[in-house]
Design a protein around this ligand. Structure first.
Ligand SMILES: C[S@@+](CC[C@H](N)C(=O)[O-])C[C@H]1O[C@@H](n2cnc3c(N)ncnc32)[C@H](O)[C@@H]1O
Length: 205
């Protein structure tokens, strides 16, 4: 019998392999402009610990010290080359190999959990479970920064089908997690280092 692979596994394999490695190399110098967003937001939230799900080479995490201590900054990813690059450049950040579907942390371990351009790469079958994991690991804030569309639409992505989806991620968090209330939302342009992302900041009650 032919082996049947889930869509989530197929995408994990894609990001964990050469496709993911090529992404790391292509984008390795793309993160300087992101400082402005983080240096403004983090002091407003007074958060002490953070987890980025799908942190890649730390294009976001590198901007979190200060105000956070390095040892309170965590990132997980399934691409080992990205984690190696992150560790080489920022050895004090906790860089861990894990899948978003199953985060290896206790409930409420972080003040803030977030994704930037990662939920867009989740298929329908695993999206709700990943979002639940992100909410579970946060004590206070959940930040979602993803490509927006009113109705879910697939976007062709570098020759791969079923690999990138624009959705109303803010509405999905609200629908499935009544414990979240919206604090603020916004949009980030390429000039700000984020390639036209919509963001939603939620507080957990
Ligand atoms: C488009 S990149 C975004 C990277 C980073 N968040 C940023 O804003 O620069 C997507 C990242 O998510 C990771 N990723 C994709 N699917 C994942 C999964 N199921 N679990 C953990 N990481 C995943 C990829 O390896 C890649 O590093």
């Amino acid at each position: 019998m032919p082996e049947t692979k889930s869509e989530a596994q197929r995408l994990q394999n894609l990001w964990g392999g050469e496709f993911g490695d090529a992404y790391n190399e292509r984008n390795k110098n793309a993160y300087d402009k992101r400082a402005g967003f983080w240096k403004k937001l983090l002091p407003e939230l007074s958060v002490k610990s953070v987890l980025e799900i799908g942190c890649n080479v730390g294009g976001n995490l590198r901007w979190m010290h200060p105000p956070m201590e390095w040892h309170d900054i965590y990132g997980i990813d399934i691409n080992l080359d990205a984690l190696r690059r992150l560790h080489e450049e920022f050895p004090a950040i906790n860089a861990i190999k894990a899948a978003a579907q199953n985060l290896p942390f206790r409930d409420g371990f972080f003040d803030l959990t977030f994704t930037t351009g990662v939920l867009i790469h989740q298929p329908e079958e695993s999206l709700a479970a990943v979002m639940s994991e992100i909410v579970r690991c946060s004590k206070r804030y959940v930040l979602c920064m993803e490509y927006f569309a009113d109705k879910t639409e697939e976007v062709p992505y570098r020759g791969h089908e079923g690999a990138l989806f624009r959705r109303d991620y803010g509405a999905l968090y609200r629908k499935n997690h009544s414990e979240l209330s919206l604090v603020k939302e916004g949009y980030l342009s390429a000039e700000e280092g984020f390639d036209r992302l919509t963001w939603w900041l939620f507080e957990k009650r």
